[in-house]
Write a protein that binds this ligand. Structure first.
Ligand code: HDD
Length: 707
């Protein structure tokens, strides 16, 4: 939009014979005309002055008759809507789902009938516990909610990045969330589970042990939304045209590979960039590096369900991929950021009950409770039963029903028929049901006494927790022990710490003892009482590890290059090119944001000033300096932090000879390992970027930890 220079006349207004200088305006003040629209009130009346309220005299009180002012403040006062009771902080994007093959053998759902069929989607990623303004890299489960705008209505998979859940019955959800969120008297801690209430509840809820292991793994500190898996969690049901039912568990597998950050990195990231995840997704999509996930289905029948070690209706359990392989049925591509955060990301309303013909529920008691909750909550949040009229929630297919009126109704009947049956004839009589096309529930037979039950088949709380733990690499096992130790160290009540260790003894002896040692417990407690005393030793599953499911290259990752004046331009150019050729992003960090002048006089603009561009923002770093330029960095504590942290976080580090004084000053030079690579000449850049595909030098970790 072109800005028009304000004239002197504009800066002044007449009030009687007084000349008053405007509060704002000046050079950039613009008026309507020349392609700029006239500012109006919400009623459409043109506004003459949006800088000053209507007053009785230049220094007098504001007048109540100033309708423009009244309307503006009135609207502003009511801009906020209640945030989600959970998953308040989230970030959404648009894209599409493409089916790889027809799935008519298992479902009649229209979106799965044709190879290559594309269905529009909207996805919202979120953290669970933190408020809307909390930091992105909190240790937390991530929501992974997908809305498919199919030709037969909206279908939502309201999932998480972890395939199991804390509780088995929805009646415990309010307790779980109360315990996880801020403690009610003090209103803190924000976006953290490291406090007494949370671990008190968990330690009194043995069914949460499998999930406790998952949340203490690095799954809860993902490097990016782009690098995490998604899961529908529950067992759902697919139904084909003949009415045959097949059970299904949904999986989203990121084509970019899995990746998480380290805990110390997460702590620093939350300060350096509380918007780290949303910025990452926004930037990737804006750069055309569209993230993709493949949709997978674990399909099985009643026979498998009957013989499986666990109850498929128990949401605290997985079905290992080795037992039921994941059939990849399509891919989802996120290729468009939102136009407006509030309208789309904030107002989108997901619901496990949004199903299309051919997809159905099971009796999982967690899912059954969710089916009530998601519709109900939208009334508090969006204020009206008409939230489906909002564009982000509206179906893309034609829809016809007799619902009417209510707050903010945009689709209103314009004929006499607002009920059925009616005798008004086909033109004005409105829609009718269709027994063939319409949604039909799977006619599962149920004949059982009413009661408040917990099935015995739900009572093995430790076997899968152990399986998860033993399926991790040694590095990941260490991280789990560290996470338990960290979180329980924030718990003030000794009895709660001990109770958690008592549970861990039922999971794995070494893990429990490492945590007990980390907490410096005086004695090892007795193992917790178990509902089912025998813990099984299940086969491990490589799919449960993050490190074993990482990317094949450095694609989609970010390299931070710290540069100084006088830096060898050939080296900088070669490194940037090698990274970009691999599909990675590059940012320059410099002593000043204006940039540096390279050896040949080329100006390299910086993306970050050194104190705003710590190495935690990057997957790998390089320090390229000149003999003179490095002198500034050696004095600068944030430059020392840059390399110290990169080393401590096990990142690959490239450097040129002239940068060595910084590594000597920090003492790192003496500890250099294979992940610290000298770039003597331009062609070394490629080898460095190839090495970065491993993402971290995990062998280094034992050298940078006390114990
Ligand atoms: Fe939930 C939001 C995922 C159990 C009640 N949930 C919400 C969102 C996700 C999940 C991703 C955010 C959707 C968005 O971006 O708008 N929830 C899960 C998963 C669960 C789960 C994977 C277990 C497998 N949830 C769960 C239970 C209940 C709820 C048992 C209640 C009985 N969840 C809600 C809610 C929310 C919600 C209160 C808050 C905002 C909203 O629904 O729209 O209704």
């Amino acid at each position: 939009m072109a800005m028009e220079k304000g004239s002197d006349d504009l800066k002044k207004i007449d009030i009687g014979d007084q000349k008053v200088l405007r509060g704002t305006g000046g050079e950039l003040h613009q008026t309507s005309g020349k392609g700029v629209e006239t500012l109006t009130t919400a009623q459409g009346a043109p506004v003459s002055d949006d800088q000053n309220s209507l007053k009785a005299g230049a220094r007098g009180p504001t007048l109540l008759e100033d309708q423009h002012f009244r309307e503006k403040i009135f609207h502003f006062d009511h801009e906020r809507i209640p945030e989600r009771v959970v998953h308040a902080r989230g970030f959404g994007a648009h894209g599409y789902f493409e089916a790889y093959e027809p799935l008519s053998d298992v479902t009649r759902a229209d979106l799965f009938q044709r190879k290559g069929e594309k269905t529009e989607v909207f996805v919202r990623f979120s953290t669970v516990a933190g408020n809307k303004g909390s930091a992105d890299v909190a240790r937390d489960v991530r929501g992974f909610a997908v809305k498919f705008y199919t030709k037969e209505g909206n279908w939502d998979i309201v999932g998480n990045n972890i395939p199991v859940f804390f509780i088995q019955d929805a009646i415990k959800f309010p307790d779980l969330i109360h315990a996880a969120k801020q403690e009610p008297d003090r209103g803190f801690p924000q976006a953290q589970t490291a406090h007494d209430n949370f671990w008190d509840f968990i330690s009194l809820t043995p069914e949460a042990m499998n999930m406790a292991l998952w949340i203490m793994s690095d799954r809860t500190i993902p490097r990016s939304f782009r690098f995490m898996e998604g899961f529908g969690v529950h067992t759902f049901r697919l139904v084909n045209a003949k009415g045959k039912s097949t059970f299904v568990k949904f999986h989203w597998k990121p084509k970019q590979g899995l990746q998480s950050v380290m805990w110390n990195e997460a702590l620093k990231l939350n300060g350096a960039d509380p918007d780290f995840h949303r910025r990452d997704l926004w930037n990737a999509i804006q750069a055309g590096d569209y993230p993709e996930w493949e949709l997978g289905m674990q399909l099985f029948d009643e026979d498998f369900a009957d013989k499986f070690d666990f109850d498929v209706l128990d949401a605290t359990k997985i079905i290992p991929e080795e037992e039921v392989p994941v059939r990849i049925v399509g891919k989802m591509v996120l290729n468009r950021v939102v136009d407006n955060f509030f309208a789309e990301t904030e107002q989108v309303a997901f619901h496990t009950g949004n199903l299309v013909p051919g997809i159905d529920f099971t009796n999982d008691p967690l899912l059954q409770g969710r089916n009530f909750s998601y519709l109900d909550t939208q009334l508090s949040r969006l204020g009206s039963t008409n939230f489906t009229h909002l564009p982000v929630n509206a179906p893309r297919c034609p829809f016809h029903h007799f619902q009417q009126d209510g707050h903010m109704a945009f689709h209103n009947p314009t004929t006499r028929a607002n009920y059925e049956p009616n005798s008004w004839g086909p033109d004005i009589g409105g829609p009718r049901e269709d027994p063939d096309k319409g949604f039909t529930s799977y006619p599962e037979e149920i004949d059982a006494p009413k009661g408040r039950y917990r099935s015995d088949t739900f009572s093995d709380h430790y076997s899968q927790a152990r399986q998860f733990y033993l399926s991790q690499t040694d590095t990941e096992k260490d991280h789990i022990a560290d996470a338990f130790t960290f979180e329980l160290s924030k718990v003030e009540t000794l009895a709660i710490r001990e109770r958690m260790v008592a549970h861990l003894l039922n999971v794995d002896d070494d893990l429990a003892k490492t945590v007990a040692k980390g907490l410096r417990l005086k004695a090892i407690p007795k193992p917790a009482n178990a509902a089912m005393p025998t813990r099984q030793d299940l086969e491990t599953s490589a799919k449960l590890s993050i490190i074993l499911n990482g990317p094949e290259s450095f694609k989609g990752r970010k390299l931070g290059i710290l540069v100084t004046d006088g830096v060898d331009i050939a080296l900088v150019t070669a490194l940037k090119k090698a990274a970009e050729d691999e599909g990675a992003m590059v940012e320059f960090v410099a002593p000043m944001v204006g940039g540096v002048e390279a050896s040949d006089g080329t100006w390299i603009e910086a993306d970050q000033k050194i104190n705003g561009g710590p190495s935690v923002l990057y997957d790998a770093v390089a320090v390229l300096a000149s003999a003179d330029g490095i002198k500034t960095l050696v004095k600068e504590s944030t430059a020392k932090d840059f390399v110290n942290d990169a080393f401590a976080h096990c990142k690959f580090i490239a450097y040129n000879e002239a940068a060595m004084p910084l590594f000597e000053k920090t003492g790192l030079a003496a500890d250099f390992d294979d992940g610290c690579m000298a770039l003597a000449e331009a062609r070394d850049a490629k080898a460095f970027i190839a090495a970065c595909a491993k993402l971290r030098v995990w062998d280094r970790e034992e050298n940078v930890k006390a114990a």
